[in-house]
Write a protein that binds this ligand. Sequence first.
Ligand code: LLP
Length: 414
Amino acid sequence: PPGTALAPDGALRIGGCHVAELAERYGTPALIVDEGALRDRARRYADGLAARRTNSAVAFASKAFPCTAVYRLLVEEGLGIDVASGGELALALAAGTDPAKLIVHGNAKTDDYLRAAVEAGAGLVVIDNFDDIERLEHILGDAHGREQAVLVRVTPDVRPDTHEAVSTGQRGSKFGLLLPQAREAIARLRGSSRLRLDGLHVHIGSQILDTEPFVRAVEAVAELGEFPVYDLGGGLGARYTYDDRPPSVEEYLDALASAADDLLPSGARVIIEPGRSMVAEAGVSLYRVVTVKRTGGETFVAVDGGMGDNLEVSLYGQRFEATVATRPGGPDGEMCRVVGQHCESGDVLSASVPLNDPRPGDLIAVPVTGAYTYSLANNYNAARRPPVVFCRDGRSRPVVRRETYADLMRRDLP
Ligand code: LLP
């Protein structure tokens, strides 16, 4: 799997660290991040876009992995940060993000969130609705003489071929404004003395495995006139399974840059906001097999985690590969269903995957779990959320500790 290699004894190594040693040191389940792979991906994005389009920028869609260590790492690599809530804003600022590189999102931004963004000096606020305009004008009324740069989020009526729950650019989406309303918002903003309309934003969805819908989104925003800034969102798919064939970062950037060159003003700044494709492949989840049950013609390999640390399968039907981390096998292993320990039948990590003679006590690695796993981790069955461990050049360091039972009670009042 990406981000891994085999040790001389045939076990997986992540960022040069042996899986058995990681499990010994940090326990299971654990989310292991190959720091080199993450930095490499950030550079491919930043350098790749800069090479294709001068005056461009990459902002990490931080909802994909909102932990301060990830913000810090990507800020170090020069990326901007897209936040979608007051919490993500607080994390981004705590991690040292340059406020000018913040892009502030949300389809229901509260006064508190907008005020915090304005007070922090956020570079761009993305207008999703007319109430955003009113709220911001009101807030800026208090902040003497301040002007806030904004983009208008456009719903281009493009429906990419992805799971319904992660498709955002179609008519009927709760996000953004369809073209007629976007025109109205543009007109209103042009008359605003406190809001400076810099341009447009479009984001059509996530886990998109084809470049064509991105081009159609650029066509849609190009219809609305010429602006200094176009933020084209995120959405490139990650390679979760051996069968997935997402465009490479370079193919994606080629398509976007050539659409921008063809359709947008030549001097305009192009911003992109990759989330999933930035972090997914750098993450590997490690679990311990608790029990192996052969019944009804199926082999259930039940591990010590599941939908508490990875909701992608239950929410979006995402498919993951899995392997016995110390004895990775080929396609001729026993077909197994890797399930979690939670009280729900949908608690599956990998519905059908060949494993090499799985036994209780074995370590299971589920690769490509860097995106939207930490973000959506939860305490179902009072599970403790797992630690996050960065690995690089054979060295590991914990960046988030495992929750404790005391953490689970921390907010309870007597
Ligand atoms: N920009 C905006 C405005 C977004 O709403 C999103 C994702 C992104 C960028 C990043 O998209 P990406 O490159 O990650 O596809 N909870 C779902 C994913 C929802 C994505 C929402 N917006 C999941 O767990 O799969």
